[in-house]
Design a protein around this ligand. Sequence first.
Ligand code: ATP
Length: 210
Amino acid sequence: MRPLAIFGGTFDPVHIGHLTVAWEASELLDAEVRLMPSRTPPHRAEPCATAEQRLAGLRAALAGQDRLQLDAREMEREGPSYTVDTLRELRAEQGQRPLVLLLGEDAFAGLPAWHQWRELFELAHIGVLSRPGLSVVRSEVLWREITERRIAHSRGLDGRPAGAIIELQVTALEISATRIRELLASGRNPRYLLPAGLFADPALLQPYRR
Ligand code: ATP
């Protein structure tokens, strides 16, 4: 059974860094990958664009290819978008299919602060995506999980629905939505840091322009 990998985020806005690492993860894991925008991210400030605007950006960015899919289920849930709730839902739908939660290195380092974080390992594998430019410190509790669960090759996921941690060496791109918001707000045009689809409709980048 091909794994199902979930790549969650604020996508405020979606950028080439997100798309490249999600694409490469799909190749490395031979997985179906779904991008899953969070309506109300529990661990950060309110996004700049509304949930509907971010979703429209993702739709435009993903048009014209079918390797990366969009899963908008968190948009329909009220309250904080806890990943553990989403993974429980997916597990109920997908039976014993391997599920992989994809996280950039920075997000992975923050995992012990997530709601019911240890439960995540019961529900999914974790795929850690290399991300340059951010200083990331892994806590001792996280290292304990890594030591017990780390696997070196995606073959280790075969036949196991959840529980492993795999580091995925994807092309390192030092791109963040924070930087893109800064550039847009100062009147610059980060043309090639963003997917072409975001330029098809001026409304998609309007929330970030001053
Ligand atoms: P912001 O700058 O607003 O915090 P971001 O660029 O980090 O945004 P998010 O939507 O918050 O983007 O991130 C969603 C997921 O994508 C996280 O797991 C994050 O680590 C990962 N990610 C984002 N950009 C990259 C990148 N350039 N390389 C690898 N992973 C990335």
